[in-house]
Design a protein around this ligand. Structure first.
Ligand code: ADP
Ligand code: MG
Length: 478
């Protein structure tokens, strides 16, 4: 029984764990968890889904035990128990989003804001973008190397740095990551990231309010000027004019300029020649579409970031068909995370194909042989599969498991099969009783309870059941 005391204990534990995990991981893996009970020094932790079990055992077990001990030093061990009834059962679990509301995004250090004159705040706010979490492949190696070089020597050899490439291929990521990297080594540097659209609006506003001098002074005070998507400067004569002068002043003062565009400088139509020739004076690097291997690496990296457990086959499938951009890969992953969080639907090749269809990214064709490549979903597992696995594992025939014999060698596997049928496949006691030689439903109920409480005391039994769950495919393997 979950008591208020247990919930208090669990809240204390979660407060410690929350500090150590990324928010996405914390919410994904600790939502609907609880302390189910406690027997002296052993705490039983409830998990809402079979697929949580492996993940917790592999990644969070020692962290959880440590946190428990911090709250109550008399605790010595933990055991896990899957209880699918925990999902959204707020009598027994904590409302995680209420107890741990999202914090405001971190602001850039105030110093750099102060150094930039009033009315113009530094926009390196997206600290999520770093040079380290950018996956490097043949398609972006040069661009990444150039950004790293600029980060360690701003205003040096590569000035200006001009990055170009199609939509969703990582330009903004690299731009902001470079700014973040510089800010890390030079916390007092005034770094300004702005989109061309914003820059244009500022020019218009300055003209309207006759504050041109002020505008110029502000922009010419920065140490690093990052301008995203300059293709939008096309035919904006006055903005180009202002940029040209800002550009010259900054370069003269050996301040770093970083620019991005969807095409190389030469192909920028509607831009003054003198501006284009300035863009070409430093380093030019392109980003193109990632190849299969790079897409694979990006997917593994991002799914880890989101705390989503993805089957290798699912990653293979997305990497094979989502070829357009990194943003497309991210879009698919986000949908999968949402489905997983809302419906507890474990991503399979089939569900991903469905997501891609909905996003309008229909894979070329889902070939026949790929149907065999669909990862097993918990919902497709039948009780017959469970019986066969138990039979193989304990070397006892299926008829014996289902039969009347009461020798111990048969009894335990029989009870385990009942337990799995009940907790994972959600069969009713009545149906289970019918399957086992028309036993009464109370007999099954008793057996399931017995296994549940024995698991807590008997780590060997726990291990056997876990192995079986894995073998049957109830716990996603990595
Ligand atoms: P662009 O500015 O070129 O349109 P973005 O920089 O906005 O593209 O990239 C789209 C998304 O893809 C971002 O969330 C970014 O973090 C991610 N992304 C792109 N390339 C990579 C990469 N090589 N490694 C990791 N994430 C990437
Ligand atoms: Mg961009």
């Amino acid at each position: 029984m979950t008591t208020a005391l247990n919930l208090d204990l669990w809240l204390g534990v979660l407060q410690i764990i929350e500090q150590k995990l990324q928010r996405g991981q914390f919410i994904t893996w600790f939502k609907d968890t609880t302390v189910l009970g406690r027997e002296e020094a052993t705490v039983v932790i409830g998990l809402p889904l079979p697929m949580f079990l492996n993940w917790h055992l592999e990644h969070y077990r020692s962290m959880t035990l440590e946190a428990l001990r911090e709250v109550d030093p008399t605790i010595e061990q933990i055991v896990y128990q899957v209880d699918t009834g925990l999902k959204d059962d707020h009598a027994r679990t904590l409302r995680l989003l209420e107890h741990f509301p999202e914090k405001k995004p971190r602001k850039v250090p105030n110093k750099s804001e102060v150094r930039i004159a009033e009315g113009l705040t530094s926009k390196m706010a997206n600290s999520r973008y770093t040079l380290d979490n950018f996956v490097v492949g043949p398609n972006n190696r040069l661009a990444h190397a150039a950004c790293s070089a600029v980060a360690s020597d701003p205003g040096g050899k590569y000035n200006p740095l001009f990055l170009y490439g199609g939509v969703g291929l990582g330009k903004t990521h690299l731009l902001q990551a470079t700014g973040n990297a510089i800010l890390k080594t030079l916390p007092n540097a005034a770094i300004l990231y702005t989109t061309t659209e914003e820059f244009t609006n500022q020019v218009i506003e300055a003209i309207q309010h006759q504050k041109m001098e002020q505008f110029r002074r502000r922009y010419r005070e920065v140490d690093v000027f990052i301008l995203d998507d300059v293709q939008f400067l096309a035919n904006k004569e006055r903005t180009q004019e202002e940029l040209f002068h800002t550009f010259n002043t900054l370069i003269e003062d050996r301040k770093q300029i970083i620019i991005s565009s969807d095409r190389p400088p030469k192909e920028l139509s509607g831009l003054q020649d003198r501006l284009v020739s300035r863009f070409e004076r430093g380093m030019i690097a392109d980003v193109s579409e990632p190849d299969y291997e790079t897409r694979h690496a990006i997917l593994s990296e991002k799914s880890k970031e989101y705390g989503l457990l993805l089957d290798q086959k699912v990653i293979d499938y997305i990497a094979q068909y989502a070829t357009r951009s990194v943003r497309q890969l991210e879009g698919i992953l986000m949908q999968a995370v949402a489905q997983y969080e809302l419906e507890h639907c474990v991503p399979t090749v089939k569900s991903i194909a469905e997501i891609m269809r909905k996003l309008g990214d229909e894979p070329a064709r889902l070939q026949e042989d790929e149907v065999g490549f669909i990862a097993p979903s918990p919902h497709a597992i039948s009780f017959q599969d469970v019986l066969e696995e138990v039979s193989r594992y304990y070397s006892i025939s299926v008829p014996d498991i289902l039969g009347q014999s009461r020798v111990r060698e048969v009894l335990v596997p029989r009870h385990i099969a009942m337990y799995i049928g009940k907790t994972h496949l959600r069969m009713s006691y009545v149906n289970l009783g019918e399957s086992f030689s028309h036993r009464d439903h109370t007999t099954v109920m008793h057996a399931v309870r017995k296994i549940t409480s024995k698991m807590i005391e008997d780590p060997q039994l726990m291990r056997e059941i876990r192995t079986l769950e894995k073998e049957v495919g109830l716990v996603t393997q990595r």
